[in-house]
Each structure stands twice: as C-alpha cells, then as structure tokens.
Ligand binder design. Sequence first.
Ligand SMILES: [Fe+2]
Length: 210
Amino acid sequence: MGSKEYQARQFNLSNLKGISDETLEMHFKLYEGYVKETNKLNEKIAEFIKDAKVDQDEFAEYSELSRRLGFEYNGMVLHEYYFDNLKTGGGTGDPTTSSTFRKAAEQSFNSYEIWKADFVGIGKMRGVGWAICYENPSNGALSNHWISLHETGNVAGFNPVLVMDVWEHAYILDYKPADRPKYIEAFFSNIDWAEVERRLQKQKAQPKAA
Ligand SMILES: [Fe+2]
C-alpha cells in the first residue's frame, strides 16, 4: 500500500577495461541492497502514517527512518545512473570533437580538458562519495559536484549527466585504495558517451522558457 515498490534493474554490463566482472557482480548486489532498503523504509514509514497522523511516541523512530530515505534513495538512483553510463565491452575514451557533450563542456569550462581536470579532481577527493557532472536545465550549463555518501551535495532539479562512483567498493577488488586515480582512468575508458548525450538531449527536448 502507499508508496511505490521499486524493482532492482538488471544491467547488461561486463568486460569493462580495468574494472573486473567480479567488481561489477559485487556492485550489482550492493545496488540491489539499496533498492531493498528503499522499499523497506517506504513500507515502514507508510505504517507510521496510515492513520494520517504521527504520534508523539512514534516520532523518534519515524524521524530516523525519514532521515535515511535520502541515503537509500540516492544510493539506488545514483547506481542506476552509474551503471547506465558505462559501456559493456569498454568505451572509446574521450568524446569526439563534434559531440554535444564536448560542446556543452566547452561552453561551461572553456575547454573539455578543463572540464575533465575538474571532474577527475573531484573524483580524487578524500572520502567516500560520487563525482557528478550536472546540467542546469534552465540554461544548459554543466557543473561538477562532489557528493558525500549518496545524498549530500546533490543539486535539486539539476540533471545528472555523468555519474562516477568513488566509494572504495567501486574499485577495491581491482586497485589499492591509494590507486583511485587508476580506477578513474579506467572509468573514463568505459564511458558510454551515447548515454551521456541522451541525457543532455532529453533536457533539450523539453526546453524551459528563458
Ligand atoms: Fe557503489
């Protein structure tokens, strides 16, 4: 009853460059855990509110469950973006010079190289989280952001265009913790730029009034 139940998606993803199938299998399982926890939280919260009020003696537990929603929802959704922007069999490296993404990066950062230095720099930041390139849907500008855990730093209403997981579980079977830069390099060699472009173009298909 109440909230929608989420189903874990299946991803056709293997044979990446520098990211093993073993890592991916483990990562898919972790993702399924976020889907399960999201459903569980929604179910428990629905129990609390089914009489259309939150009783005072329920408030502490209700609050704790509600606080965890941001963590579990973003853990679920960001992993879907992440797996979707990787290309099974490996990618072709940087986007072509005529690509829409490269043009958007040039408009916002003057050059693709500057955009990339920023995105990679954020990916190397200490701590567990995500590097995300967002598009501002109101003006098409790209900006790169550090997300702590799964939920702190996401920009409301912005469109995630390229999503990179930099929790250690994303690479620890393949690289030492200190070798995160090698994982980031591997990530770039597997990006599905066609998917990234679809995300940009989805926004362009629904222009907002200037
Ligand atoms: Fe992850």
